[in-house]
Design a protein around this ligand. Structure first.
Ligand code: NAD
Length: 265
C-alpha cells in the first residue's frame, strides 16, 4: 500500500458506521492519522476505532453531536490540537423518507443541520489553515440526490443540493491556494447512488413487498440505478483516497457521481 498520507491528519465525520468508517479505514491504510466522529454505543465506537487502527494508523474518537454548532466548534478545536488538519471528510448524514406534507419539522431541522450546516461549520474552521500550508482536501459526501431529485426526500435532497453548492463556492475561494508541488487545496463532493449501509435499510425493508431482503434491494436498484448493483462503502472510500493525492490538485469544485449511471439518464 502506498502510504502517501503519512504525516497527515484527517477528520472524517460520521465515521462510526457505513461509508465514513470505510473512508477512515482507507485513509489510515494510506498512512493518515484519523480523527473519527459519530454517534454510537461505547462498544460501537471502540469497534470503529479498533478497525481504523487495524487498517494501519493512529486513530482517536472525538464525540460531537453535529446538530449543535457549539459542539462542532469544540470538535474542531480538539482535532486541531491533536494534529494539523490536512484532510476533512464530511460524511455524517441522516435520511427520512416521507412525502413533503408529512415530513416532521424536526426531521427537516436535523437533516439540514447534520447533512449541510455541519459541513459549513467544519469547513469554515479547516480551510484557512489548509490554505496557509498549501495543502488541503475537503471531500463532502453528498449523493446522487445532490444532482437529481426523488420523491419523498425533500429535506435530504435540499441538504445534498446545498452541500454541492457550498462545496463549489469553497472550491472557487481556495482554488489558487498552494501550488502544484504542494498539492493545493481542493473541495469536492462525491455523489454515490445506492451503497450497502445501515442508512438505506428502512428503504430496503419498505421495498420488500413481502419478499426477501434481496428482493427489496433489487426493487430499489430497478427503480433508479441502471448498473443493478449497489456500491460497497470501500468503493466510495477508494475515490476519496485518490482525491487526496497530490496529482488531484486540479480536480476541484466537482460533484463526482458514483452511481451506476443513475444520473446519466
Ligand atoms: P450510516 O447510517 O451508516 O452512517 C451515518 C454516520 O453519521 C454514523 O457514523 C452516525 O453516527 C453519524 N451521525 C448521524 N447523526 C449524527 C449526529 N447528529 N452527529 C454526529 N454524527 C452523526 O450511513 P451511510 O450510508 O454511511 O451515510 C454516510 C453519508 O453517505 C451520508 O451523508 C449519506 O447521506 C451519504 N450517502 C449514503 C448513500 C447510501 O446509499 N448509503 C448514498 C448516497 C449518499
Amino acid at each position: 500500500m502506498d502510504r502517501f498520507l503519512q504525516g497527515r491528519t484527517a477528520l472524517v465525520t460520521g465515521s462510526t458506521s457505513g461509508i465514513g468508517l470505510a473512508i477512515a479505514r482507507a485513509l489510515a491504510a494510506a498512512g493518515a492519522r484519523v480523527a473519527i466522529n459519530g454517534l454510537g454505543s461505547p462498544e460501537q465506537i471502540d469497534a470503529a476505532l479498533a478497525s481504523v487502527r487495524e487498517a494501519g494508523a493512529e486513530a482517536c474518537h472525538f464525540g460531537a453531536d453535529l446538530r449543535r454548532p457549539e459542539e462542532i466548534a469544540a470538535l474542531m478545536a480538539q482535532v486541531q490540537d491533536w494534529g494539523t488538519l490536512d484532510v476533512l471528510v464530511n460524511c455524517a448524514g441522516i435520511q427520512h423518507a416521507a412525502p413533503l406534507a408529512e415530513q416532521p419539522t424536526s426531521k427537516w431541522d436535523d437533516i439540514i443541520a447534520i447533512n449541510l450546516s455541519a459541513a459549513f461549520h467544519t469547513m469554515q474552521q479547516a480551510l484557512p489553515g489548509m490554505a496557509e500550508r498549501g495543502y488541503g482536501r475537503v471531500v463532502n459526501i453528498a449523493s446522487v440526490h445532490g444532482l437529481v431529485a426523488s420523491k419523498n426526500k425533500a429535506p435530504y435532497v435540499a441538504s445534498k443540493f446545498g452541500i454541492v453548492g457550498l462545496s463549489k463556492v469553497a472550491a472557487l475561494e481556495y482554488a489558487a491556494a498552494g501550488s502544484r508541488d504542494s498539492g493545493g487545496v481542493t473541495v469536492n463532493c462525491v455523489c454515490p447512488g445506492w451503497v450497502e449501509t445501515p442508512l438505506i435499510e428502512p428503504q430496503v425493508q419498505a421495498h420488500r413487498n413481502g419478499g426477501s431482503r434481496d428482493d427489496g434491494v433489487r426493487a430499489l436498484l430497478e427503480e433508479k440505478q441502471p448498473s443493478q448493483r449497489m456500491s460497497l462503502p470501500e468503493d466510495i472510500a477508494a475515490m476519496v483516497v485518490w482525491l487526496c493525492r497530490r496529482e488531484a490538485h486540479n480536480l476541484t469544485g466537482a460533484a463526482l457521481p458514483m452511481d451506476g449511471a443513475w444520473t446519466a439518464q
